[in-house]
Design a protein around this ligand. Structure first.
Ligand code: B12
Ligand code: SF4
Ligand code: SF4
Length: 307
């Protein structure tokens, strides 16, 4: 067995993704992350920008080295799940559009399984691992390295086709990347724009690519979500779960493509229910959200943040 993926095998992997409507796929060698990215990460922790997200302080060795996290890894296949859809206006100002009908962690896994099965046929001694937001992995760095976008001043990965409204997923493999599949990472394309920095209601984006997460509305409503932080947010914006303000002001999100992933989309009837909920006419339509990321926070929304 060659320990490289052949070009043919790489094309086959991309085909498996395309059959599932996933076009943004890349691969990179799983070396340690460069000193500059480590330095940024450590500076962020030293400034306590992580707030109460103590998990970011743990497992730094694994976070900086995929082979320490998962021994035997030689390359990382990274793909993007576009999630943009149009929400009723009443809802769009309250809940981030990254709330999808089906939970993206579950969907990422089901999309990856055919690829994992194919990789197992190529190396029966290794169990490829799927990571989606679930392990000490610097997701945006690996997506950038795989050529899937540039890192914007809002700190997010911006993809040329879908803008920043994408989730990032990785499959760790034991096979090396075919040299022709390696891409040059993209340079930052923000130019003189500072829309995101100017638009942030809490000044959490303190300078280009530096986010004081402890001040970010997304952190205050999802991660912390205690009474104090919720009141702090309520004075500023209607958001109750996540925040899209900096992304909505980004020119790369001007005309975003609707996600091709059908499982993410709420249908018209469901949107109507959500709209009614957004205006307080009806009760929160729990049945719509059984399989959504919002579900875990429904109780907090009902109990702590009544308008
Ligand atoms: C913790 C976390 C949060 C925290 C903190 C975010 C943050 N920027 O730190 C909070 C709760 C605030 C948050 C919010 C959101 N999050 Co979040 N979050 C994460 C998580 C779990 C870890 C991120 C992390 O390591 N932060 C630590 C700091 C140090 O990282 P950083 O700010 O990115 O800093 C780096 C840059 O400065 C970078 N850097 C500086 N210059 C350069 C130059 C280059 C070329 C490169 C490569 C890097 C680089 O180096 C630093 C260290 O790596 C990731 C998943 C993961 N495992 O990676 C998802 C993730 C970043 N989140 C995601 C999403 C969708 C969101 C929200 C949009 C959700 C929402 N609508 O509310 C917001 C966006 C807010 C924003 N403007 O960033 C997606 C982003 C997808 C994308 N397009 O980039 C991720 C990747 C999850 C996923 N797998 O899809 N999140
Ligand atoms: S998500 Fe909202 S609070 Fe966080 S950086 Fe962007 S605009 Fe600021
Ligand atoms: S709003 Fe402007 S500065 Fe911010 S990420 Fe988008 S292009 Fe870059």
């Amino acid at each position: 067995m060659s320990n490289y993926l052949t070009d043919h095998e790489w094309q086959k992997i991309k085909q498996i993704f395309i059959k599932q409507s996933i076009s943004e796929v890349g691969i990179s060698e799983s070396d340690e992350v460069p000193e500059i990215v480590k330095g940024n990460f450590l500076a962020y922790l030293q400034s306590h920008y992580n707030g109460d997200m103590k998990y970011l302080e743990r497992n730094l060795e694994k976070r900086f080295s995929p082979t320490t996290l998962y021994p035997g890894t030689q390359s990382i296949i990274t793909f993007l799940l576009p999630y943009y859809q149009i929400f009723p206006a009443e809802w769009a100002e309250k809940i981030s559009i990254y709330v999808t009908k089906k939970d993206y962690h579950t969907l990422a896994k089901s999309i990856s399984i055919p690829v994992v099965n194919f990789l197992k046929q190529l190396d029966a001694n290794f169990r490829p691992r799927i990571f989606v937001d679930s392990a000490p992995v610097i997701d945006k760095y690996w997506a950038w390295k795989a050529g899937l976008g540039f890192i914007g001043k809002n700190t997010l990965l911006i993809n040329e086709k879908y803008g920043s409204f994408v989730f990032i997923v990785h499959i760790f493999t034991s096979l090396k990347a075919p040299p022709d599949a390696l891409k040059n990472p993209l340079k930052n394309k923000c130019g003189n724009c500072t829309n995101c920095l100017k638009a942030c209601p809490t000044q959490a984006l303190i300078s280009p690519k530096v986010l004081n997460a402890s001040q970010c509305i997304s952190y205050l409503t999802i991660e912390k979500s205690d009474n104090n932080s919720l009141h702090q947010v309520k004075k500023l914006v209607p958001y109750i779960y996540g925040c899209d303000i900096c992304q909505k002001k980004c020119p790369y999100n001007n005309n975003p493509q609707i996600t091709p992933i059908k499982d993410f989309l709420f249908d018209e009837q469901e949107k109507q229910e959500l709209k009614n909920w957004g205006t307080g006419i009806s009760k929160f339509p729990l049945y719509l959200l059984n399989d959504s990321v919002l579900m875990k926070n429904v109780n907090f929304i009902k109990n702590k943040y009544k308008s």
